[in-house]
Design a protein around this ligand. Structure first.
Ligand code: ASP
Length: 313
């Protein structure tokens, strides 16, 4: 596969990516996915490269998937969590990253609670920075794996109606997905209570809905989002029970969905809050496909960013 026109060293967000760049990542992910079904033992794509996972916020799927992705390409992986790093001793993020670079890292995968943390580091160190979630700003690898899953199931997202339902205001997944889906030609509805889905999102080109039935009825896929308690300093609705009563997706409300509409969730799922178990575990749920596809998508991201400048795979 020709990758000579990939010019980005870091992956900071989806907003700055072109349709072509998104397509290139997904095409490469497809190729890697196929390869991982076979014998990878002699596929030394990133042998000798050192990836550092620097996770300053909790993570299960993203951290493990980046680790598995790097190992599948035969890179060396070092994972650092905040509690075990010198950040707890007062070292700045800048100094931590400079030291990781001095220790010979070839890429840093960063998760941080501050929006813009990845952009900040990308201006300080020379190694590629992969944004694994920066506050409520962006989570590019999540949106790319969501797109991969939707394309895989629907053929294309062009012209498809996708509803993202939940805590849009504080969700980086919502932002990255909005950019990814709309750049690829989908019609995106952002839905939830007005306090979490302000009308201002319309100026980005999204449809905003505060009516669950209306938001669900013509959707080809619905993506549920958890309430991001860790980023809310005050409550944006009377109680969690109230939220579930009005916006939770359950068996009764499933009838508002088109037959076969897909159900997505980036995880972690709060069962019985934003999504009931019957639906999370139903045949139309692609939640675990999202998780598995995350490996190939992250292999593609790691490969393109660390081998940028190469011509061929
Ligand atoms: N895992 C996703 C994230 O890191 C979604 C979530 O936490 O709700 O943003």
């Amino acid at each position: 596969m020709d990758i000579s026109n990939w010019t980005r060293k870091s992956l900071l967000g989806i907003e700055e990516l072109s349709h072509n760049e998104i397509t290139q990542i997904l095409e490469l992910a497809k190729l890697f996915k196929k390869e991982t079904e076979g014998d990878m033992s002699n596929k030394n794509y990133l042998r000798g490269k050192r990836m550092v996972n620097l996770f300053m916020e909790p993570s299960t799927r993203t951290r493990i998937a980046f680790e598995v992705a790097a190992k599948s390409l035969h890179a060396d992986v070092i994972s650092v969590a905040e509690q075990s790093s010198s950040l707890t001793k007062g070292e700045t993020l800048r100094d931590t990253a400079m030291n990781i670079q001095a220790l010979g890292a070839d890429a840093i995968v960063l998760r941080h609670s501050s929006p813009g943390a990845s952009l900040f580091l990308s201006k300080i160190v020379d190694v590629p920075i992969i944004n694994a979630g920066d506050g409520a700003h962006e989570h590019p690898s999540q949106a790319l794996l969501d797109l991969y899953t939707l394309q895989d199931k629907l053929g294309t997202v062009e012209g498809k109606k996708i509803t993202i339902l939940g805590d849009i205001l504080f969700s980086r997944v919502a932002r990255s997905n909005f950019w990814a889906l709309s750049k690829m030609g989908a019609e995106v509805t952002l839905a939830g209570p007005s306090t979490l889905v302000p009308k201002q999102f319309e100026s980005m080109g999204a449809r905003v809905s505060h009516n669950l039935e209306e938001a669900l009825q013509d959707a080809d896929a619905v993506m549920l989002l958890r309430i991001q308690h860790e980023r809310q300093s005050s409550s944006h609705f009377p109680s969690l029970a109230e939220y579930t009563k009005v916006f939770g997706l359950n068996k009764d409300r499933k009838q508002w969905l088109k037959k076969g509409a897909l159900i997505l969730h980036p995880g972690p799922v709060n069962r019985g809050v934003e999504l009931d178990s019957e639906l999370a575990d139903s045949p139309q749920s692609v939640i675990l496909d999202q998780v598995s596809n995350g490996i190939a998508v992250r292999m593609a991201i790691l490969y393109l960013c660390t081998m940028q400048g190469a011509t061929n795979l």
